[in-house]
Design a protein around this ligand. Sequence first.
Ligand SMILES: [Zn+2]
Length: 301
Amino acid sequence: MRKQRTLRKPIEATGIGLHTGKKVEIKLEPADTNYGVVFYRADKDIYIEAKSENVVDTTLATTLGKNGMVVKTVEHLLAALYGLHIDNILITVWGDEVPIMDGSSAPWVYLLKTAGIREQNAYKKEIIIKKPVKIKEDGKFAALLPSRNFEIHCSINFDNIFIGKQKISVEINESTFTKEISKARTFGFTKDIEYLQAHNLALGGSLDNAIVVDDYGIVNEDPLRYKDEFVRHKVLDAVGDLSIVGYDIKAKYLACKSGHDLNRKLVLKLFKDKEAYEIVGNPHREKIVGSFVWSALEEEK
Ligand SMILES: [Zn+2]
C-alpha cells in the first residue's frame, strides 16, 4: 500500500475545448490528504468531485456534473492523475470543459510532472475485487475480476482495414502508463466528425487532437505514436473511467469493444454489490493475512 500524493506547486495551462472549440483555461493545485480529485467551475462557483455518482453523461466523452452544472471531457486528465498516482488535487476551470490538448494524456503527464509530485502523510485506500462483476451489451463486454495488481486486457474490432482487430494486456503502474499508454490519442472517423460538426458538436475536434481515419488510412500527416495506438487509447480511457472509484484499483479489467458508457455501468454495478468488493485502508493487512495463512498451515500439520 502506498502513500497519498499531491502536486508540489500549482500549474496552469490553456487549450481548446473539444465541444465548443473555444480557448479554455485550467489551473491544477495541490490539496490536503483525503481531499480527492475535485473540479471547481470558477465561472459558476461550484465544486464537482470526481466520484462515480457525479458521472452524468458518457456520450462522446465523460462528463461530471452536480446541481445542473457540468465539466466535460475529464477522462484524459483523470487517466493522467491515476497513472501518476496523484490523489489530491483541485482543478479549476473557467467554463464547462477540460481542454482536449492533443487528444491523449501526454500533455497532462508533462504538466503534472513539471509541477512536481509530493508524497503525503496518509495511505491511499485500495479497492479489492472479491467476485467477478460483468456487463454485456450489444456485443460489447467489460468485467472486473480479482487480482493483486491493476491489469487491463482490452480488445477492439473495427470494420475498417486500417484499425481492424487490436488487443493488448498491460499492468498499469506509473512507468507503464507513462511510456506505453499516456501518448495514445483519441480517434474518430471522417464521416462521424463531419456529422458531429454539422450538428454543432466536437467543434474543437481537429487533426491536432485526434487521429482521423477514413476508408484509405489515417488522414493525419504525423505518424501513429504506437502501431496499435487505437487500442492503447481505449486502455487510457478505461484508466480514466475506472479511476472514478476513488481508490487504488486491485483488479483485472477485461474489455471487448468497451467505451465510456459501459465503463460507467460497470463501476455502478460494482458499487451496488457490497459483496463484490472490499475497501482496504490498513497497510499491514497483507502481513496479517500472510501470518494467518501461515498459522493455519501450521495447525494443519
Ligand atoms: Zn479518450
